[in-house]
Design a protein. Structure first.
Length: 214
């Protein structure tokens, strides 16, 4: 069993604020995505490679509020919360086996859709993210479909690496080993008193830029 980085997620109280955060950081605006009916959310997207992308995700003000907590901890955001790099997602070809073998509880496997896209993803019942957002959600796309990144315009961006800072770094490393994870993800020890956080290094037409949880 192997897992690979699929996408990174910028969480924001609105798509507008999230898109502006990305534009200021990377010099490129994300393109329209779609809606997630079951979660009451919507997104915008940027291609970061053939099978990697960036997602800006926010509550959809025009959708009915779901009868459950939204994913990626979105219900904890206030209207004035600052957008941030809040989560990441790892791709697998057998999400049930990967989830069962993970050293941390990653949530239940649930079916999701966005337009014509279909997939399964792990979601915790309370919408929280394991290990302070450093544990990936797992995703398995519908077999035979083109990866969503392939459908996006290539604007000259690529993910160089994703850094995971946690005060219990070995716990994060153990999780990635249990998933058979492969890819440009580095696990590092957070400084004393420092909260878990993510830093993505992205090559852009303007040079190397970063997105962070801070």
């Amino acid at each position: 069993m192997r897992c690979f980085i699929d996408h990174i997620a910028v969480t924001a109280p609105s798509l507008e604020s999230g898109a502006e955060f990305v534009r200021e950081a990377l010099g490129v605006s994300p393109q329209p995505g779609g809606e997630h009916p079951r979660m009451g959310t919507h997104n915008m997207l940027l291609r970061l490679g053939e099978t990697v992308y960036l997602e800006v995700i926010a509550p959809n003000p025009n959708a009915e509020r779901p009868g459950r907590p939204r994913w990626f901890g979105l219900d904890t955001l206030r209207p004035d919360s600052a957008p941030k790099l809040g989560a990441w997602v790892a791709r697998t070809e057998d999400i049930h086996a990967a989830s069962a073998g993970a050293s941390e509880r990653l949530g239940d496997v649930e079916a999701m859709t966005r337009g014509s896209l279909e997939w399964h993803i792990t979601i915790s019942a309370d919408g929280s993210l394991a290990l302070g957002g450093l544990a990936p959600s797992l995703i398995q796309w519908k077999a035979g479909e083109r990866h969503p990144a392939e459908r996006l315009e290539d604007r000259g961006l690529s993910l160089v690496r994703l850094e995971l800072f946690h005060p219990e770094s070995e716990r994060v490393s153990r999780l990635l080993r249990s998933l058979g994870f492969e890819g440009p993800v580095l696990v590092e020890e957070a400084r004393s008193g420092e909260a878990p956080h993510l830093v993505a290094h992205i090559r852009t037409p303007l040079g190397l830029r970063t997105l962070s949880s801070f």
